[in-house]
Design a protein around this ligand. Structure first.
Ligand code: GCO
Length: 485
């Protein structure tokens, strides 16, 4: 009798531990042409912020003047050096680490202010040469480039002319995109027009320059809509241009998307707030791009404080006629939504994370990635999708270098469970074409500076030494079809 009891207990422990680890995804369940990668963004990794004739970007200005001190513990942190990836000697080492990891694609961004230092006008030949060489070096290592044209870093000269609030920004961007396509259109098979319009305007602009009052916050929030609208228009113009140039790759746009859940499911106000927050966070970009219209409640809430925002039928038709070939989705966590009279438009989701060990971007719920992918498939015309970012920075001490090792068990578990969730959605028909971990390396996390570490590879910012973490080795085993114990 005792023997059976012991067996049952051991069996329970075994089942429990496998559930704790989550399902073991198998790379063999994905097609050979699936894009496996890591992602970065120029401002966060390149450094060399004034090298080779580069113009000043909006982020160079923010970080070096306004500063992001309220989030970097009083210290002014910039990406003037970052992780030095503009330097070829350094980036060749990082390409070697990607090659050993086993990825077949690297998602990076090209800074507009390197290519066209003043935003419009003269093209910088040194910058063109630099990215030709980077792409050549990547391909020599068997790694394909996936290029983001714009990742928050508008040339400062254009910000000084009104930036994205100025309708001319659509033409400025189209001109920049033409330069990119003319120079790199035959070497790069996947382009992303913009990264996360929502974050750039409805989040970062507020974190950099918090509003002084609730009324001003509502007006400022609503005014950001013009920026987002012009970026969606510019994206549609670039997609149209890309196809007019008969380039034979794929072009799309990347949105941060988060399923909205009530912070307190027993609070009817939180439950009620979910649909407005979902419109303001997800549908505000998905609906115009895939349905040619803005979601009604969000539009009404914005127009209450920004009555001048009246998107024309022509604008919306342009978006509908030039839909992305592929949708980039950046998923980190669901949004836990509160009715919040102190938040712009009366709803909030940032910082409502109820997990015991906080992940920087929200609660760890891989099942919500599955739900999101199924929703996009069923409600937005079953588009091709690439998960252009998925990763984690945990607020505990797992990103600590001990004897040149980093045992980031939570990050490894996070990635494993999210790949498994993505695989389940793919098995149920989602046209998932790629998955990119954010990020290959620890890097400059915008207003949070270097206080968040998202990398598979630890970076010692003083020495620029790289140390692959345990999550790197898990991803390497997974990518090389070696079952992980
Ligand atoms: C963004 C980005 C990245 C972030 C990443 C981690 O969402 O801001 O695309 O630049 O670094 O998402 O927060």
């Amino acid at each position: 009798m005792k023997k059976i009891a012991v067996t049952i207990v051991l069996l329970g422990l075994l089942i429990g531990s496998s559930r704790a680890q989550g399902p073991q995804p198998d790379k063999a369940d994905f097609p050979d042409d699936f894009l496996w990668g890591v992602a970065s963004a120029a401002y966060q990794v390149e450094g060399a912020y004034q090298a080779d004739g580069k113009g000043e970007s909006k982020w160079d200005f923010f970080a070096n003047t306004i500063g992001v001190t309220q989030f970097t513990i009083g210290e002014k942190q910039t990406a003037n050096v970052a992780i030095n990836q503009y330097d070829r000697e350094q980036y060749l080492k990082d390409i070697q680490l990607m090659k050993e990891l086993g990825v077949n694609t690297y998602r990076f961004s090209i800074p507009w202010s390197r290519i066209i230092p003043h935003g419009v006008g003269e093209v910088n030949p040194k910058a063109i040469a630099h990215y030709h060489l980077l792409i050549q070096d990547l391909k020599a290592a068997g790694i394909e480039p996936l290029v983001t044209l714009y990742h928050f870093d508008l040339p400062l000269a254009l910000l000084q002319q009104g930036g994205w609030l100025n309708r001319e920004s659509v033409q400025w961007y189209k001109n920049y995109a033409k330069v990119i396509f003319e120079n790199f259109g035959n070497e790069v098979s996947h382009f992303i027009t913009f990264n996360e319009p929502y974050i750039e305007f409805f989040v970062a602009n507020f974190l950099i320059n918090p509003s002084q009052s609730k009324e001003s916050a509502n007006v400022r929030y609503a005014s950001e809509m013009n920026n987002v609208h012009h970026q969606l228009l510019a994206s549609a113009e670039a997609i149209r241009l890309y196809h007019e140039m008969n380039l034979n790759g794929k072009i799309g746009i990347t949105f941060n998307l988060s399923p909205c859940l009530p912070f307190d499911p027993n609070n009817p106000e939180d439950v009620e707030a979910v649909s407005l927050q979902d419109e303001l966070l997800n549908r505000i970009v998905l609906d115009p791009v895939f349905k040619g219209k803005y979601p009604e409640k969000a539009l009404a809430a914005i127009q209450q404080y920004n009555p001048g925002f009246q998107p024309s039928k022509q604008d919306l038709q342009l978006m509908l006629d030039n839909q992305p070939d592929i949708l980039g989705i950046n998923f980190y966590a669901p949004a836990q939504v509160k009715k919040d009279d102190n938040a712009p438009l009366g709803v909030s989701w940032m910082g409502n994370n109820t997990d015991a060990v906080k992940m920087a971007n929200g609660p760890v719920r891989p099942e919500e990635l599955y739900n999101l992918l199924m929703r996009v498939k069923n409600e937005y015309g079953d588009p091709e999708i690439i998960i252009t970012e998925n990763g984690a920075s945990f607020h505990n001490d797992e990103d600590t270098l001990v004897e040149e090792k980093v045992a980031d068990a939570l990050r490894k578990d996070y990635i494993q469970r999210h790949i498994a969730a993505a695989l389940q959605a793919k098995k149920e028909g989602v046209k998932l074409k790629g998955y990119f971990v954010w990020s290959g390396w620890d890097n400059f996390e915008w207003v949070f500076g270097y206080t968040e570490r998202f990398g598979l590879i630890y970076v010692d910012y003083d020495t620029q030494q790289r140390y692959p973490k345990s999550s790197y080795y898990w991803y390497q085993h997974f990518l090389n079809n070696r079952a992980m114990k």
